[in-house]
Design a protein around this ligand. Structure first.
Ligand code: ATP
Ligand code: MG
Length: 333
């Protein structure tokens, strides 16, 4: 099968967006089809204001959640980015391949820079160079497919550009990867602000974000209070542009129950009835993950052992290619 790589940042508690956009597919599809690696990308979490103890806690929690969601360490490699030095080693070569201008064009950089400015915080240089580290994460493993949410398309495009450029300058070294996305819910929106992506970091707006570990009643409350659009009396229609709130709920419902969002809409006469079904679908869909997480969280030795084994395997896979890249650019290596 294809070589597959993807990751999640320990910048906050994992959300419904992370699950539907990425993690669920890693579990259900990617680990079965390919030679897959899934990573808690903790170095990326240092690109924004962070609390060391919280990042450490969230890293372990994210890894535990990946296993709880169903990643099987016998089938794929689960590890933590900072435990494999090759990511940082290669990241520097990516910084030497990329231009300042193409980094500044990244939407995520612009958005997170604006957010920092609103909070009166300075922007870390590593936020700008983030895509170089992400390119290194992907390219170190000869990755062919990168299963991500729609918001990461631009970073994977840049990764492709860097791979092609490096290969042209220094000789064939990297595989040129491509992004893959789920058919529905590739971009889950914030329930209170359905024109913005549901995201785990950032402050406020928490009521618009469903976390994987939210209690069922909390999930129900958040969904029932989701912002819907004007004009619900005329029934429920699926219109991403004009009715983003309702479209988002229909996408989430479709992701859990199957079927097409536009067709599902036809079955509802009111927003209230739709929300009720969405709430139950999310509660039931996340229940096994939450329950398994509680079991695994009690067995820290097991999770740590999985991560140790994963890091060792990942290191072995990345080392030869990163060494080759070092030699290719003219370092003694
Ligand atoms: P942050 O706000 O710190 O960037 P995040 O919620 O965007 O957090 P990431 O760790 O950046 O989470 O992304 C992990 C994976 O989840 C990526 O593949 C990303 O595309 C996907 N993802 C994140 N948010 C969503 C969303 N709202 N809908 C679908 N996929 C998402
Ligand atoms: Mg993100």
């Amino acid at each position: 099968g294809p070589r597959i790589f993807s990751g999640v940042q320990p910048t906050g508690h994992l959300t419904l967006g992370n699950y539907l956009g990425a993690v669920r597919r890693w579990v259900e599809v990617d680990q079965h089809r390919g030679d897959a690696l899934f990573c808690v990308v903790d170095l990326h979490a240092l690109t924004v204001e962070h609390d060391p103890a919280r990042v450490r806690r969230l890293s372990r929690q994210a890894a535990t959640l990946l296993l709880a969601a169903g990643l099987d360490p016998e089938r794929c490699t689960v590890f933590v980015q900072s435990q494999v030095d090759e990511h940082v080693r290669l990241s520097y070569l990516m910084e030497c391949t990329a231009s300042d201008g193409e980094m500044r064009r990244m939407i995520q950089y612009k958005e997170k820079t604006a957010e920092a400015a609103r909070r009166g915080e300075s922007v870390r240089l590593s936020l700008l160079t983030y895509p170089a580290l992400m390119a290194a994460d992907i390219l170190a493993y000869g990755t062919q497919e990168v299963p991500v949410g729609a918001d990461q398309t631009q970073h994977v495009e840049l990764t492709r550009d860097l791979a092609v450029r490096f290969n042209q300058r220094y000789g064939e070294t990297f595989v040129v990867p491509r992004a893959t996305h789920p058919e529905v819910a590739a971009r889950v929106m914030d329930l209170q602000d359905p024109t913005s992506k549901m995201g785990k970091s950032g402050q406020g707006r928490k009521t618009g974000v469903v976390y994987l570990l939210d209690e069922p009643d909390v999930v129900r409350k958040k969904v029932m209070r989701a912002m819907t659009d004007q004009g619900g009396d005329g029934g429920v229609v699926y219109e991403r542009g004009a009715r983003p709130g309702v479209a988002n709920l229909l996408d989430v419902l479709a992701a859990f129950s199957g079927g097409e969002p536009g067709r599902l809409a036809e079955g509802y006469a009111s927003y209230g009835a739709l929300k009720k079904d969405v709430a139950e679908a999310v509660v039931e869909g996340l229940r096994p993950v939450r329950e398994r997480h509680a079991e695994l969280a009690a067995d820290r030795g097991y999770v740590d052992a999985v991560l140790r084994g994963g890091a060792e395997r990942a290191r072995g896979m990345a080392r030869p290619r990163v060494d080759a890249a070092y030699r290719a650019v003219g370092l003694l290596g």
